[in-house]
Design a protein around this ligand. Structure first.
Ligand SMILES: [Zn+2]
Ligand SMILES: [Zn+2]
Ligand SMILES: [Zn+2]
Length: 472
């Protein structure tokens, strides 16, 4: 801050890195070369920066790791989810779109089954009342009470812990987490079977699954949310599309008989019937993973208010990790030299029991294919938090590319030689050559970090004020 030029350069870097709280520190240099003539247009070296270091955003998805980068990810996720709620064709206003049917769409929550009764926070109410009052105060076979008179707050470490750890099916819970991705994949297959079974017959002939795939497509976006008890739920935005055989990528409206009721019924049919066989563990044969009995399906209208609401609802979960729900777990997989995450961590007893269960299963031959040792910190869950079917809406990559193109266009207007770069086919063959090395993560000094946080806060407040001014 003592040096005007240094301070300006440093704040510009922090701003470019989106006020990231743990930026990647790079040293190195780059140049742009005219491919036709071999002439060097511009050169840049991190030595020009204060401390000789270039700061780049960590781009982490997780709120608990980097709030500013997670905010950007969440905003992207919002667009990915919202983009599918109002399909582009409905947005066109050439007057004759009124007779088009909106795509039936629902927000469905697929829950996990019970793996044993757990302590719960119930807005100041008693955790578990004994059925039949005092007389109903029974104990389990291990002599532990089957009720709990406590009133837990949501932050209470007990919330999510089983009433009796020996009664709880911890291995079943971990295996369920490990198979939820496969369970969803099979659910989609079952949805098509259900659609075929429920569709009106064509010319007196029942509709086959093959035929239904030529008529209808299930598009979806989904987010996995960890419950306090350590098990995953799926929030799914599901939409029925028609199929245009000549142009499969085009979004076609479904036939008139394929409405919200059909989609809801098909999801319920699939959720109740689908299962995944589980590996043999502890001598239990023929065990399967199924969805819990609670399936919540709500229709989503193609209105701006619904679109904003459901996209915001899902985007909120997109930046969460298991560590936000289950206390004591790390946000990311521990490095090889700090593998034992139970050691030196204040893990609540029931969480430690779960991580130890993952380790125990990881050593079993029947579970080898699951590679559970890599998923101890997610309690066996192996998938991505956010995913979508191919034709649901736009992609994260497309959003990033749009942002990059906008940035380059703005800088090109400022005659920035670095914005001349073009990998496209416009004939402007400028090539960028760089040589970069990571020297560390995070700000160099605490002072830098505090200053970056202050700048970030000011930036967010200014943007919020701008947004309010725009919408009022
Ligand atoms: Zn960051
Ligand atoms: Zn309790
Ligand atoms: Zn028990």
């Amino acid at each position: 801050m003592a040096d005007d030029d240094h301070y300006r350069r440093w704040t510009a870097q922090v701003e470019r890195a989106g006020h990231c709280v743990r930026p990647v520190r790079l040293i190195g240099s780059a140049m742009t070369v005219n491919a036709a003539t071999g002439e060097i247009d511009a050169t840049y070296s991190s030595l020009e920066e204060p401390g000789g270091v270039l700061l780049v955003a960590c781009k982490d998805r997780r709120e608990s790791v980097c709030p500013p980068c997670a905010a950007r990810y969440r905003a992207d996720a919002w667009h990915v989810f919202a983009g599918g709620v109002t399909p582009a064709e409905n947005g066109s206003d050439d007057g004759d779109t009124d007779d088009r049917l909106p795509h039936p769409m629902v927000l469905a929550t697929f829950t996990a089954p019970s793996f044993g009764t757990v302590h719960a926070a119930r807005d100041g109410k008693v955790c578990r009342t004994a059925r039949g009052g005092r007389r109903g105060r029974r104990t389990c076979e291990h002599g532990r009470p089957l009720w709990c008179d406590a009133r837990h707050s949501p932050g209470d470490g007990m919330v999510g812990a089983p009433l009796c750890e020996d009664c709880a099916d911890l291995a079943g819970l971990v295996l369920w987490n490990a198979h939820v991705g496969e369970l969803w994949r099979r659910t989609v297959i079952y949805v098509y079977r259900a659609l075929a079974a429920l569709a009106p017959s064509v010319g007196g002939q029942p509709v086959t699954v093959r035929k239904i795939r030529e008529l209808l497509r299930l598009s979806y976006a989904k987010v996995a949310e960890f419950q306090k008890r350590g098990v995953v739920h799926l929030h799914v935005l599901a939409r029925l599309d028609g199929v245009n055989p000549d142009c499969p990528d085009q979004l076609a409206p479904p036939p008139a008989w394929a409405g919200v009721d059909l989609l809801t019924a098909a999801l319920a049919y699939a959720a109740h019937r689908v299962s995944v066989p589980l590996p043999v563990v502890d001598g239990r044969t023929a065990a399967v993973a199924r969805w819990g009995t609670q399936l919540d399906v709500r229709p989503v209208q193609p209105r701006e208010i619904d679109r904003a609401r459901v996209a915001g609802y899902l985007a909120k979960y997109a930046t969460k990790t298991v560590s936000d729900s289950v206390s004591g777990l790390p946000a990311s997989r521990p490095r090889a030299d700090e593998r034992d995450l139970e050691e030196g961590r204040a893990l609540p007893a029931h969480v430690a029991a779960l991580t130890q269960t993952v380790r125990r299963l990881a050593r079993l031959g029947t579970c080898r294919a699951l590679r559970l040792a890599r998923h101890v910190h997610t309690l066996g869950f192996r998938g991505h938090v956010t995913s979508k079917s191919r034709r649901y809406s736009t992609t994260f990559a497309a959003l990033r590319e749009a942002r990059r193109a906008w940035r380059l266009a703005r800088r090109a207007r400022e005659r920035d030689p670095w914005a001349q770069r073009d990998e496209g086919n416009s004939g402007m063959a400028t090539v960028m050559v760089g040589d970069w090395r990571v020297t560390g993560i995070g700000y160099h000094t605490l002072g830098d970090r505090v200053l970056a946080e202050v700048l970030g806060r000011e930036h967010r407040q200014a943007r919020e004020a701008w947004r309010l001014g725009l919408t009022e």
